[in-house]
Ligand binder design. Structure first.
Ligand SMILES: Nc1nc2c(c(=O)[nH]1)N[C@H]1C(S)=C(S)[C@@H](COP(=O)(O)OP(=O)(O)OC[C@H]3O[C@@H](n4cnc5c(=O)[nH]c(N)nc54)[C@H](O)[C@@H]3O)O[C@H]1N2
Ligand SMILES: Nc1nc2c(c(=O)[nH]1)N[C@H]1C(S)=C(S)[C@@H](COP(=O)(O)OP(=O)(O)OC[C@H]3O[C@@H](n4cnc5c(=O)[nH]c(N)nc54)[C@H](O)[C@@H]3O)O[C@H]1N2
Ligand SMILES: [Mo]
Length: 713
């Protein structure tokens, strides 16, 4: 517990953000106030360095615009006019409205909406799941991030950490595939750089010359959404040229003979026609990847965002087995080492509390669900948003805005700031920041468990998400003591402490150092699949997937624990080329009106939409911009710095044109995160993003998105 300190003290914390790096963070406190934060220099992965987002975290905590008290709307929806009220009034209002909605329409008329504003086991992804499952509200299917890639990866190699990220230092060849590491996973870069210093070749595959591509040995530009063609052609060359590790394939894979036949037509020339990558480059890449052992593939999350994103990750997950990369530390594929953490997902989510048959609504449907475009019985009458900012991060922005403006929709938002989404709330609830609460943090980018200790008392009347749901359970009359567990009890029940991965680690030992490496071999000996042992149904790498035969599915972790969904249509059993939906080749008619592919990936200084309201970060990034290749700019008479409209049939937003060879011709890039009401034109790239699903895991298709540019009026 924090007490008033005369001298500066240091509290061990953890960065709360949805980022693979989960930094151990030292929080400096003086007189009950945070004076600064720094990375924990002892931490073997993050090495004392924070990032452009969090190295002044105190500016977020003490920001003059921070939401510190419950508020009631006092102007039209969207106006941002609110009046301070007390917690009791806020909670009583919510309880009264929900009880009457439940009596009239049933609990499914209430929709929770959340994602990863916080990543902790207490306050993160699952914090509201038990409450909403018990309430019987509509289940929210949250396939924002990596749901498609996780499904594909698990279909192929099973839920294995696969590689220790630190073992990349021992790689001889590193492929960064749709991963902007220097911006989105920056603490992994030193391990890549070490490998590079030791002679490894680093290759980046991306339509954009990212910061990482600038430091790589080779940058391969590829048309968005066409990567599966490249991956299949790599297999083709590896098989054709006898570069296969025959004994590894014979012992530890299933489906090889069928794969050989399957990829016969996928020649480099065929792939060049789809991807724009020259056949000669594909030939060389295949040889170098196969022969420079151990070779590693690091995939970003950006990889899954096209019609065939799932099949792409299927293909990439097959590659390491074909060349025997798994034999040594530094070889394999790095997706999410998250699978190494023995989380107690059933206890965190409590799907057992869900009334049978409760309906499920995917988050890409919010705009349609709120406007009646999707027929729902009962309709959504109340929306409860926490840990998320859907107006900026989910597609169909214009329709969502119309839905959020509905007078009869009762919207509650728990937030740090009055975001675009929060402006439409009837009731606002103030959320605590990481320095004001305890939490326990897994990582999806390294193998350390991290403890976050509360450093100061919460500012104003803000409360942690864990406390928010205790308060809601109380006013809704829940009597199960599960809903009133202390933070410490929640931590103790959040993991399977008896699992060997946690041997020797306790909450008490974590309190001393702030973090602990899971009980796994060190990076230079980390080769869990040197002798097979894949956690798939066959125990082998399933080049031909037995899980795929069962139909498409979404992992329970992405849907409040519920796992009944199977959509019937089996996925392809062998990794299969699915062209992008919105691309000049696939849809020439659409491309005639909207000829450019838009990417809207992460920005360097924002964390999704967080920090896009903070002066330091906004200054660094400048206003909403769009990167345009000089050829595409010239043909449209667009010049550097010119305000332009980016548009398609779904919507339009304003941006400043930045003309650069860094983006390939035919592609434009408008970073995600800018707040609409602070932007000219009050719309952002989400206004143009499609709601269509990718092939697996109901992943988004943000990179499968045709647009046109014109000078702004
Ligand atoms: N600075 C910063 N760091 C972050 C975040 C942030 O917002 N800002 N967000 C965090 C989160 S939630 C996530 S999920 C991760 C995401 O981490 P990444 O996956 O690395 O991030 P993205 O920027 O979404 O996408 C990576 C790259 O994919 C490329 N790309 C897009 N479409 C295609 C395609 O079809 N083919 C190929 N080959 N490349 C393509 C983009 O140009 C981009 O350079 O980052 C985390 N870290
Ligand atoms: N076009 C496009 N769209 C994308 C992506 C993309 O690359 N391009 N990326 C997708 C991906 S990978 C992701 S992960 C999602 C991200 O989707 P979100 O997780 O919704 O993204 P954020 O913008 O980080 O919004 C989180 C909100 O939670 C709030 N918050 C933070 N901590 C707390 C807390 O403790 N309590 C409460 N109540 N609130 C808190 C923050 O202030 C912030 O407004 O976006 C997806 N959308
Ligand atoms: Mo994400």
């Amino acid at each position: 517990m924090a007490t008033i300190q005369e001298t500066e003290t240091t509290v061990l914390g953890a960065c709360p953000h949805d980022c693979p790096d989960t930094c151990s963070m030292l929080v400096k406190v003086k007189d009950g106030r945070v004076t600064g934060v720094q990375g924990n220099p002892d931490h073997p992965f993050t090495h004392g360095r924070l990032c452009a987002k969090t190295n002044h975290y105190e500016e977020r905590v003490y920001h003059p615009e921070r939401l510190l008290y419950p508020m009631r709307r006092s102007g039209p929806k969207g106006s941002g006019q609110f009046t301070r009220i007390g917690w009791q009034e806020a909670l009583d209002t919510i309880a009264a409205r929900w009880k009457s909605i439940i009596a009239e329409s049933g609990a499914q008329a209430i929709l929770p909406y959340s994602y990863l504003g916080h990543e902790g086991l207490l306050n993160g992804l699952t914090v509201g799941d038990p409450f909403f499952n018990k309430l019987g509200a509509t289940v929210s299917e949250r396939t924002f991030c990596d749901s498609g890639a996780c499904t594909a990866y698990i279909m192929t190699v099973g839920p294995t950490p696969g590689m220790d990220p630190e073992s990349l230092a021992h790689s001889k060849f590193i492929l960064l595939w749709a991963c902007n590491m220097l911006s989105t996973n920056a603490h992994l870069w030193p391990f890549v750089a070490e490998a590079q210093r030791n002679g490894a070749k680093v290759v980046v595959i991306d339509p954009f010359r990212t910061r990482s591509a600038q430091l790589a040995d080779q940058h391969i530009r590829i048309r968005p959404g066409t990567d599966t063609a490249l991956a299949l052609a790599l297999m083709h060359v590896i098989i054709r040229d006898g570069l296969v590790d025959r004994s590894y394939v014979a012992d530890y894979t299933v489906g090889f003979d069928e794969l050989v036949e399957h990829v016969k037509p996928n020649t480099p020339a065929w792939a060049e026609a789809h991807t724009g990558v020259p056949a000669a480059v594909i030939e060389t890449l295949a040889k170098e990847y196969a022969q420079s052992q151990p070779s590693a593939i690091r995939i970003g999350v950006g990889i899954e965002r096209s019609a065939g994103g799932g099949q792409l990750v299927r293909a990439l997950s097959c590659l390491p087995a074909l060349v025997g990369a798994w034999r040594k530390p530094g070889g394999g594929i790095l997706q999410l080492p998250l699978w190494a953490f023995p989380m107690n997902w059933p206890g965190l989510q409590r799907a057992d509390l869900l009334p049978p048959g409760t309906r499920v609504l995917n988050q890409w449907e919010l705009g349609r669900a709120l406007t009646g475009a999707l027929e729902l019985d009962p309709p959504i009458r109340s929306l409860f948003v926490y840990n998320s900012n859907p107006l900026i991060v989910a597609p169909d922005q214009a329709r969502m805005r119309t839905g959020l403006a509905r007078e009869d929709l009762f919207t509650v938002v728990s937030e740090h700031f009055v975001t675009d989404t929060a402006r439409y709330a009837d009731i606002l609830l103030p959320a605590a920041t990481q320095v004001e609460q305890d939490d326990l943090m897994f990582s999806w980018g390294h193998l350390y468990l991290t403890l976050n200790r509360k450093a100061i008392e919460p500012e104003g009347e803000s409360v942690s998400n864990a406390e928010l749901f205790r308060r809601l359970a109380r006013v809704m009359g829940f009597d199960d003591p599960f809903f009133f567990r202390s933070d410490e009890q929640m931590m103790r029940e959040s993991m399977d402490w008896a699992n060997p991965a946690l041997a020797g680690i306790t909450l008490e030992s974590l309190a001393g150092k702030g973090y602990a490496r899971l009980n796994l071999p060190p990076a230079d000996q980390f080769a869990p699949h040197a002798n097979g042992g894949f956690p798939t149904p066959s125990g082998k790498v399933e080049l031909k997937s037995s899980i795929a035969a069962g139909g498409n599915f979404v992992l329970p972790v992405f849907r409040q624990g519920s796992n009944e969904f199977q959509d019937g249509s089996p996925a392809a059993l062998l990794p299969t080329w699915i062209p992008p939906r919105e691309a000049p080749k696939s849809n020439p008619a659409l491309a005639q009106r909207f000829p450019l592919s838009m990417l809207s990936p992460k920005s360097h200084s924002f964390l999704n939409s967080e920090y896009a309201n903070l002066a330091r970060q906004v200054e660094r990034e400048g206003p909403q911009h769009v990167l345009v290749n000089p050829a595409d700019a010239a043909s449209r008479r667009i010049t550097e710095g010119m305000p332009v409209m980016v548009e398609n049939a779904r919507g339009a937003f304003r941006a400043v044109a930045r003309i650069t060879e860094d983006i390939m011709p035919g592609v434009v890039l408008a970073p995600l995160g800018y707040w609409a009401y602070r932007s000219a034109g009050e719309a952002t790239p989400a206004a143009l993003n499609p709601t269509a699903y990718a092939d697996l895991g109901r992943a988004p298709t943000f990179s499968d998105n045709l647009v046109e540019l014109r000078a702004a009026p």
